[in-house]
Ligand binder design. Structure first.
Ligand SMILES: Nc1ncnc2c1ncn2[C@@H]1O[C@H](COP(=O)(O)OP(=O)(O)OP(=O)(O)O)[C@@H](O)[C@H]1O
Ligand SMILES: [Mg+2]
Length: 622
């Protein structure tokens, strides 16, 4: 067969009909009678015929316009059969097609320049054209394979690394629909493609916030990663704490969120406490603490109400008992006991030590110098960063209430919370200085597992970590070539707009932080990947700013609406089929693709799957 006749045969096989009407972007096509089969055969190969969801090509002169079939129906035309002298009906099949792109020199481009005309011929796409349509990357760019097209499983789908990972990504779907697997698949592929690139390791940083400990397995994503198993249950060994720089913890915002400080009184107090740098000189830290304690104790007794003074003093000493080193706790206890036993007050306001026949003093200084100073001077205070902050806050508190600057009723609850919260925090983070934090030899992937952390830390830690990472990235050179990727599975845990358990300020701060990353992170090379089963709960600012979406099965109407309202990339037909997607198959839409498609994401090999399989009850119970 020569070339021309081959072309004619091909056209006659692939031609399915012609344009019936053009209304805006919607086109109707009348299908030829002989094209009503489900498949067609061409050169011994079987190809699928048109159906809802498939693509058609409309040829107008030299222009080839591409559309997607969105609906299909039959129309009945009445006509008069003269031969038999009666009216008959003719049934014809009509397709409703919406246009979305065109071929330009064999390259697919989104958007249409010209509308078709009535009677333009319509064709099925042949294999090459179908390939071109689903090739979303330039020939020489780096790509990752994610799976295959649901409707045409032979068609593999690959996405450009640059277009996908230099963007905010959202993965949504009901529980068990395959989100975690999709997330793991994307990053596993990425780390495989770049396994041998030294610059990948030095110029990028990936942090996975993993609420359920799904990603800490040895083979997950890459074997060369750092896993922080943060646990508030036992006393963990040093290695499993998250290393964070001093500046991150000393920030007023973080501290007030952590300690749930009230806006009007406690937050200004905290501000005064941490900006007071009296305790910051490293060499004299212990001396300075002791001096402050001494000053506070002596000042206590300048108060008019002497008995109150003694009480404050005892309270102070009991509080600092948390802050001396372990070996010093008993000595301090005995100081407290001896004060309780010996320090008394006459009705005229004079003090005496021991029994009332001994010397009377009108101020505390001699008593302090004779009976207490020697013991207190030997105390050694913890000087790790968290204890330093506690001491700062505590000593500032006593300073202010003794001087009468603050009211203990207002601030005391904060001090109580401080001890409780810091006790949890100490178990999960270790504060290091900037240079140690940047220690170059670490892997570029960190998995922060919060499985064993309690609910409070699950809320606060991701925020502290992300906020700090982002601030640090921002303060680095703006045109730096490095990138930061924050990956949050089960993101509704921290991005939800609904939560009764927390204060308004905390919620605002949390959402503002992540909204800032979403809105401005791109300029600073920071990208967010979130996976969630509850898109409805997540702030719509965040959802609408994502660049690429992987949408698995969603059943709840609110969730589908949340997606529908904010995701401009998907057509109606696709939205309607979101509730009937099967496990592991999802709509992929966004900047990395020219057309939204339905993809079966490849299931990872067992050792690389997130630890989240559904339990097999039959196996477990027999
Ligand atoms: N692409 C896939 N192909 C086939 N099966 C899959 C695929 N993805 C996931 N599954 C199956 O579905 C199960 C649940 O998947 P996955 O943990 O990814 O769901 P999920 O959406 O993250 O659920 P959850 O919201 O509860 O975390 C997996 O154990 C796996 O067996
Ligand atoms: Mg999951």
């Amino acid at each position: 067969m020569n070339k021309l006749s081959e072309k004619i045969v091909k056209e006659s096989v692939f031609k399915i009909g012609s344009v019936l009407s053009v209304e805006g972007r919607t086109i109707r096509i009348r299908v030829n009678k002989n094209k009503n089969h489900s498949h067609i055969i061409y050169k011994g190969n079987i190809a699928k015929n048109v159906s809802v969801g498939s693509y058609v090509k409309i040829v107008k002169g030299f222009i080839e316009i591409i559309g997607k079939v969105e609906g299909e129906f039959i129309t009945e035309d009445k006509f008069f059969n003269k031969e038999y002298n009666r009216e008959e009906t003719k049934i014809s099949r009509t397709l409703q097609v919406s246009l979305f792109g065109h071929f330009d020199d064999d390259v697919f481009r989104q958007g249409i320049k010209e509308m078709p005309l009535i009677d333009n011929e319509c064709y099925l796409l042949d294999k090459d054209e179908f390939n071109t349509l689903h090739k979303f990357y330039k020939p020489d760019s780096k790509i990752i394979n994610i799976g295959s097209l649901t409707e045409e499983p032979v068609q593999e789908i690959a996405l450009s690394v640059n277009k996908l990972f230099a963007s905010h990504i959202g993965i949504f779907g009901n529980t068990g629909s395959g989100k975690s697997n999709t997330l793991a698949k994307l990053y596993t592929e990425l780390f495989t493609v770049y396994a041998d690139e030294p610059k990948f390791k030095s110029n990028s940083k990936f942090v996975i916030i993993d609420f359920n400990g799904e990603y800490s397995g040895n083979e997950m994503i890459t074997s060369n990663k750092e896993v922080c198993n943060l646990s508030t249950k036992a006393t963990p060994e040093e290695g499993s704490k998250y290393k964070i720089a001093q500046a991150a913890i000393r920030s007023l915002d973080i501290l007030s969120v952590l300690l749930e400080a009230t806006e009007k009184t406690q937050k200004p107090f905290l501000d005064r406490a941490i900006s007071n740098d009296y305790l910051d000189a490293p060499d004299t830290f212990n001396q300075r603490v002791i001096l402050s304690v001494e000053r506070a104790m002596k000042d206590t007794f300048k108060k008019t109400d002497k008995l109150l003074g003694v009480n404050i003093l005892l309270e102070l000493l009991r509080d600092i008992n948390y802050l001396v080193t372990y070996e010093n706790q008993n000595p301090l206890d005995s100081i407290v006991n001896s004060i309780e036993e010996n320090l008394h007050c006459h009705s005229n306001g004079d003090y005496y030590w021991g029994s009332s026949v001994t010397t009377n003093y009108d101020n505390i200084t001699p008593i302090y110098d004779t009976y207490l100073k020697a013991n207190i001077d030997t105390l050694v205070f913890k000087d790790d960063e968290l204890s330093k902050i506690k001491l700062k806050i505590l000593l500032n508190y006593y300073h202010e209430i003794i001087k009468g600057y603050s009211n203990s009723e207002h601030i005391r609850p904060l001090i109580g919370r401080m001890f409780k919260k810091f006790r949890m925090l100490e178990k999960v983070i270790s504060v290091v200085d900037e240079s140690e934090e940047n220690n170059g030899n670490r892997s570029n992937l960190t998995v922060v597992s919060l499985r064993d952390a309690n609910i409070e830390m699950k809320k606060v830690l991701p925020l502290i970590i992300c906020k700090h990472l982002y601030d640090k990235k921002k303060s680095e050179d703006e045109n730096s070539k490095t990138s930061l990727h924050i990956i949050i599975d089960e993101a509704h845990n921290i991005l939800s707009t609904e939560s009764q358990r927390e204060s308004e300020t905390w919620k605002d701060y949390r959402l503002e932080t992540f909204e800032e990353i979403i809105k401005e992170g791109r300029k600073f090379g920071t990208f967010l990947t979130i996976a969630s089963q509850r898109p409805f709960d997540i702030s719509s600012t965040i959802i609408s700013q994502l660049h690429n979406y992987f949408i698995h099965r969603l059943i709840n109407n609110n969730d589908i609406n949340a997606i529908e309202k904010t995701v401009a990339y998907l057509d109606k037909l696709s939205f309607q089929s979101i509730p009937i997607l099967s496990v592991g198959s999802c709509f992929v839409a966004g900047l990395a693709l020219d057309v939204p498609i339905k993809v079966d994401i490849d299931l990872l090999p067992l050792n690389k799957q997130p630890k989240s399989e559904t339990i097999n009850l039959e196996n477990a119970w027999t």
